[in-house]
Design a protein around this ligand. Structure first.
Ligand SMILES: [Fe+2]
Length: 373
């Protein structure tokens, strides 16, 4: 059994200048980023690179159509290395761009996991959530299928994951909130996964501690911009730890059940995860109140300073200061949609559902959606 997959070399630099110098960023590099990130941090360095700004190709999380348009644009230039500087959308697109491909995105899914790399890939995350810089998957909204699905292949591991805390100094509250809660969900789900190992749990539980203590500090300081900026480096590292944990042990039912909410109702990834998070954990515990869920609940209770019997309530109390939890109907979900969402999970999310702490059947998935409705 695989204990820990650790493919990209992880580097950390205090400033973008240091990163640019060390990596000799210049001709032959294609930088995929967002203008609002690239301009303030890299424009002054006058790097002779080709830039592609993702937002020119559509807003929101990556879709098959967006990726195909960017692929066509990128193919017009010659490059030896792709440097992705951005959040989950930019990183996920860059992974797909780094692959050899002749057809469209559907063809890549059909060939998965036997995909091939085309050029070197460097990933620089600018949010503290996806952990995607160290994983081999890309999550795309397959608009032609109406759901989000992971494109998974070892060909999608970056050569380098580069952490530059400076890039997170001005993270808007909404992005900080959704991305850091996503990282927490990665850490919890991967630690409860049947594929969890002593190695993944080392990173997973440490990430939980760093994120919860970070949230407590930020909330105590009034959730100010300064308090979040001060915590940025710790959250970036925690998100990377969580990425290493779920890169091997996988995410599970929370992510699987959040995808129909994100894909159809356009709820941000971390927010849709939060809508499902404790609802799934409670059901795990109802089905089997022993083993790793017990360990997890005791750990969460110790981090939150509460007793185990109120651990989910206390967890939500803390998280609601960062991102208020909403019932599903507030996202536009109708009662009739719950069965459709359940069907979608059964049909398209088998990869993730297999990592659930205990198997969840159709009736249980529908029950969880109904409880959260
Ligand atoms: Fe996630």
């Amino acid at each position: 059994m695989i204990q820990l997959i650790f493919k990209p070399s992880v580097c950390k630099f205090s400033t973008c200048r240091e990163f640019a110098e060390e990596f000799k960023i210049g001709e032959g590099d294609l930088v995929l980023s967002n203008e609002y990130i690239y301009k303030p941090y890299f424009d002054g360095l006058n790097l002779p690179v080709t830039t592609v700004f993702q937002e020119k190709f559509g807003t929101g999380e990556p879709t098959d159509v967006m990726v195909e348009t960017i692929m066509a644009q990128a193919k017009k230039t010659k490059y030896k290395r792709i440097i992705a500087i951005g959040g989950g959308t930019v990183v996920d697109i860059a992974k797909v761009l780094s692959l050899k491909s002749e057809g469209n995105v559907d063809d890549l899914y059909a060939k998965m996991p036997n995909l091939e790399r085309d050029c070197e890939l460097v990933i620089v995350p600018t949010t503290c959530g996806t952990g995607s810089e160290v994983t081999n998957l890309s999550i795309l909204n397959r608009t032609r299928l109406g759901t989000k699905m992971g494109l998974v292949s070892d060909a999608m591991f970056a050569d380098y994951a580069v952490l530059v805390p400076e890039l997170l100094q001005n993270l808007p509250l909404g992005v900080f909130a959704t991305s850091s809660i996503d990282a927490l969900v990665h850490a919890v789900e991967s630690s409860l996964s049947p594929k969890a190992t002593a190695y993944t749990k080392l990173f997973g539980y440490k990430a939980i501690e760093m994120i919860l203590q970070g949230f407590r500090k930020i909330v105590a300081a009034g959730n100010t911009k300064e308090s979040r900026a001060e915590a940025a480096e710790n959250f970036l590292i925690a998100s990377n730890f969580a990425g290493l944990a779920f890169g091997t042990a996988g995410c599970a039912a929370v992510h699987a059940m959040a995808y129909p909410l994100g894909g159809v109702f356009h709820v941000a990834h971390g927010e849709s995860n939060y809508a499902l998070f404790t609802g799934v954990l409670k059901n795990y515990q109802q089905i089997q109140d022993s083993g790793e869920i017990r360990v997890m609940n005791e750990y969460l209770a110790s981090q939150l300073g509460c007793s185990v019997d109120v651990v989910y309530e206390e967890l939500e109390k803390l998280l609601n200061n960062i991102l208020p939890k909403k019932p599903l109907h507030e996202y536009g979900v109708k009662e009739d949609d719950l069965q459709v969402m359940t069907d979608s999970v059964i049909k398209t999310q088998g990869r993730l559902m297999a990592n659930s702490f205990v198997p969840l059947d159709e009736a249980c998935i529908l029950k969880i959606y109904s409880e959260l409705y």
